[in-house]
Design a protein around this ligand. Structure first.
Ligand SMILES: Cc1cc2nc3c(=O)[nH]c(=O)nc-3n(C[C@H](O)[C@H](O)[C@H](O)COP(=O)(O)O)c2cc1C
Length: 380
């Protein structure tokens, strides 16, 4: 099958993986207003292209934290990758290395961080969920440090889990709970089941070691459910800042005041993010929050954006409105769900190509020169 855009990957994914897994990936919280709006708000932004510029040489490279990447986008942390397709984490980091882009591994990944660091030659970054138990959070930070991870993302928009109605209706839990509905769902997706049977049920490989060694699968699940990070406040962030010696990025900021406070607390960058509309169900869209965050922290502070980015023009809009870099969560995972590592590479090639085309059509040959003058709408 030939894929041309996000919807192609999404519609193929919907058929290829069980509904339980597809809904986990595709869904948002509550009535999913924020999830839809994260995309719609980017769609609403309009460009002001400039003509008669020599665009024979297009440059989509971009620098972040002292390294120039082939593209100005990377892979956002996504938990439970192995539920979407066994081996998804590895596919992500291999595509990141091949495409020369950043890859952020989640605390809730189904592959250990140690493997990602080894597989990427030390290039994998790590995203921290601050556990209820301080010793667990500290140990995760220390593990990433000992592995030489360059950038630590601290996710701050999950003080409690979002209420994802699709997951509730589907009875999503780890380990998978047998039910007639699940049996039908699985029976109609034999390729996924076969892959899962070969690899074993997905496990929270980075944090399972902190549960009791003799824990049953059910006890482990209960342990995971207690790991939400309600205690994470500015004091805890400062504690992590003191413990972590390299770059620290705060992920999940939309308020300009929080952005300034994060910078002043010693963060090296932040991600304007609504967690893909999976937390507060009616929150502002990242793209709408971006200009005031950029204005608040100043021109030189690294600001990344995620939530709702589905194509190359979306990337260009985020860069023009003040982001230094863009991350994507659903797009890479949807591609893997649709067709594995090969489809993932296709997805990134399409985004890169569309971004280059957008730059040419905008009359801005270099991605790093994109600015508000490329934007026509009131958002400027
Ligand atoms: C299935 C799924 C799992 C996610 N898991 C995590 C996670 O473990 N840690 C985290 O910081 N963000 C997580 N996120 C949020 C992403 O990092 C990112 O903010 C979001 O996906 C961006 O929106 P997009 O999917 O529209 O690109 C997850 C998102 C999805 C869709």
């Amino acid at each position: 099958m030939s894929f041309t855009c996000y919807e192609d990957f999404r519609s193929r994914a919907r058929r290829r993986i069980p509904r339980l897994a597809f809904d986990y990936l595709d869904g948002g919280s509550g009535d999913e207003v924020a999830a839809r709006e994260s995309v719609d708000a980017i769609d609403r932004v309009r460009f002001m292209p400039r003509a008669l510029v020599n665009v024979d040489r297009i440059d989509v490279t971009k620098e972040l934290f002292g390294r120039r990447y082939a593209v100005p986008f990377g892979i956002a942390p996504v938990g439970l990758g192995g539920l979407i397709w066994p081996g998804a984490d590895r596919m992500l980091w291999e595509a990141a290395i091949k495409g020369d882009m950043p890859y952020v591994m989640s605390t809730a990944a189904t592959t250990p961080l140690e493997q990602a660091v080894e597989g990427t030659g030390g290039k994998a970054w790590f995203q921290l969920y601050v556990a209820k138990d301080e010793a667990v959070a500290d140990d995760l930070v220390d593990r990433a440090n000992a592995l030489g991870v360059e950038v630590l993302f601290v996710t701050v928009d999950v003080p409690v889990p979002g209420r994802r109605l699709r997951d509730i209706r589907n009875g999503l839990a780890l380990p998978l709970r047998p039910s007639p509905r699940l049996a039908v769902d699985l029976a109609t997706h034999p390729a996924w089941c076969l892959a899962l049977a070969r690899s074993g049920s997905p496990r929270l490989a980075n944090i399972e070691r902190y549960a009791d060694p003799g824990a049953t699968a059910g006890q482990l699940a209960a342990f995971m459910a207690t790991q939400s990070s309600g205690r994470l406040d500015w004091d805890v962030l400062r504690h992590i800042r003191d413990r972590w010696p390299r770059k620290l990025v705060v992920k999940g900021i939309v308020s300009p005041d929080d952005a300034v406070r994060a910078r002043d607390a010693g963060a090296d960058g932040l991600v304007v993010s609504t967690h893909g509309g999976r937390q507060l169900a009616s929150t502002i869209a990242s793209i709408d929050a971006l200009p005031s965050v950029r204005a608040a922290v100043g021109a030189d502070f690294p600001v990344l954006l995620d939530s709702g980015v589905r194509n190359g023009e979306h990337v260009a809009k985020a860069l023009a409105l003040g982001a230094d870099f863009v991350l994507m969560g659903r797009l890479p995972m949807m591609a893997i769900a649709a067709g594995g590592g090969e489809a993932l590479e296709t997805a990134f090639a399409i985004v890169k190509d569309d971004l280059a085309r957008a730059l040419a059509l905008l009359g801005v040959p270099k991605a790093e020169d994109l600015g508000q003058s490329a934007i026509a709408t009131a958002l400027r």
